[in-house]
Design a protein around this ligand. Structure first.
Ligand code: DGY
Length: 326
């Protein structure tokens, strides 16, 4: 029987490509160039499946040009690159990679919080620049982490992982806001208390964003929300660009209306708002929250296993929609 044809839209681990080649005829992006727009359509139009990362937009015009496409397996837990309604209507299955990255991403959220509150990258730049000539009582004095109030917006699996780290590891008082409240047992485990978004913003010492990007969550943090935050507060975004209004944030940081921000994701990334790049009180990382070797490997395997299970007729392992014709 002929193997289905699939496209692997970005470079992945060779062992994952080898696994896919046992099941599929594979066209892979060996040069790891950013295939977008027409080039992506040209490469995808005769394929039955695709392994994507968050960078390839799967929308109605692409789906119309790729009628043979049956499944797109995203190597990411977020899938805001999918127009899910269009995929569902076109009978195209979407999948993501939940769970395998939860703890690694929560680790990173905490690392970014620590680096931001304790001014680690800013002080390292100072040292490397040869500016450290003497001790000063207030040199790079940052914000307290242990015992402070941690506010988490978006209390899915990763948010819960950050809550556990804060509450159990650092004795923080954890408050959260989410579309729906956690089950009482989970609130106890996370030692987290549900509050309104306004109360969270007004009272938290550190605000961490871990919610999915949707039309509703666009600019969850803009000028009005930043104005509610304490002038000593830090803001951490490991969710998606677009959840924060980066222009408003750059202004708030410049005017010291909040103390600092730690950002792993950006509006229009890989471009970064120039107003953020020039500020000392912001820690910037290139969307690496899930980037450990073990976790990225697990994500790639899960995306591959979704394709294999789907074409074996077992159903995808981690679906994000129920396409009409499936
Ligand atoms: C995810 O899995 O959604 C991470 O942000 C990587 O894209």
């Amino acid at each position: 029987m002929q193997k289905p044809s699939i496209l692997v839209a970005r470079a992945v681990f060779p062992e994952v490509l080898d696994k896919l080649a046992q099941h599929f005829t594979v066209e892979s992006n060996t040069e790891d160039r950013d295939w977008a727009g027409d080039e992506l359509v040209q490469r995808l139009k005769d394929k039955a499946g695709a392994l994507t990362t968050g960078g390839q937009r799967i929308d109605a015009p692409l789906l119309a040009a790729c009628p043979q496409l049956r499944i797109v397996a995203n190597m990411a837990v977020g899938y805001n690159n999918f127009d899910l309604d269009a995929m569902t209507a076109a009978g195209v299955q979407g999948t993501n990679t939940p769970d395998v990255l939860t703890e690694t991403t929560a680790d990173f959220g905490f690392a970014l919080l620590m680096a931001t509150a304790r001014r680690i990258t800013e002080s390292e730049h100072f040292l490397r620049a040869g500016l450290w000539t003497q001790w000063r009582y207030d040199m790079f004095a940052g914000a307290e982490v242990h015992g402070s109030r941690l506010g988490i917006i978006g209390m899915g699996r990763i948010g819960q992982g950050i809550a556990r780290r804060g509450a159990h590891g650092f004795g923080m008082e954890v408050v959260y806001h989410n579309r729906s409240r956690l089950a009482p047992q989970l609130e106890v485990e996370c030692k987290a208390r549900y509050v309104t978004k306004e109360e969270l913003l007004r009272t938290a010492d550190h605000v961490v964003l871990v919610l999915p990007y949707t039309a509703e969550s666009h600019h969850t943090i803009g000028a009005p929300e930043l104005a509610l935050m304490k002038p000593t507060a830090t803001l951490i975004n490991i969710a998606r660009g677009g959840i924060v209004d980066d222009t408003a944030l750059a202004l708030a940081l410049r005017e010291r209306r909040i103390a600092a921000a730690g950002l792993d994701v950006f509006e229009g990334e890989p471009q970064v708002h120039p107003g953020l790049l020039e500020l000392p009180n912001v820690v910037l990382t290139p969307h690496i929250a899930s980037a450990t070797v073990g976790t990225r490997l697990a994500m790639a395997h899960l995306a591959a296993d979704n394709l294999i299970a789907f074409f074996d007729g077992c159903g995808p392992l981690t679906p994000v929609n129920r396409p009409r014709s499936e």
